[in-house]
Design a protein. Structure first.
Length: 118
């Protein structure tokens, strides 16, 4: 979508979010870390088992966004969980300038052919 669709310069620019509301294994954490390192905001349903490591916790929840564009977040309440994701998606849509409603343009075949395809 970044290369072909022209939506931003990096995956972290896309209005997307990852979610694991009821993760139950270390594999979910590994998959979530892949999302975050790829630049995707990722929300887990329960706190990660890092409460005893405040420096590491700050790294995961704050520093990674600066490094990779993605970051971790945790919220057990499903409504708040969804609101965090929606707020993030809205923020990214606004940054791309695709947050405003636009009039739909109906095109006939001649208009489509005039667009050209590479």
């Amino acid at each position: 979508m970044v290369n072909a669709g022209g939506l931003g310069d990096d995956l972290s620019d896309l209005p997307v979010a990852g979610s694991a509301p009821e993760w139950m294994s270390e594999k979910a954490i590994a998959i979530g870390q892949y999302f975050v390192a790829s630049g995707v905001y990722t929300v887990f349903g329960y706190h990660l088992p890092i409460e005893g490591a405040p420096v590491f916790k700050d790294h995961l929840y704050k520093d990674m966004e600066e490094m990779y564009g993605g970051m971790w977040d945790c919220e057990a309440d499903p409504i708040k969980h969804a609101h965090l994701m929606i707020a993030h998606i809205d923020k990214k849509r606004k940054a791309l300038g695709i947050d405003k409603a636009r009039d739909r343009v109906l095109m006939d075949m001649a208009d489509r052919q005039a667009l050209g395809v590479e």
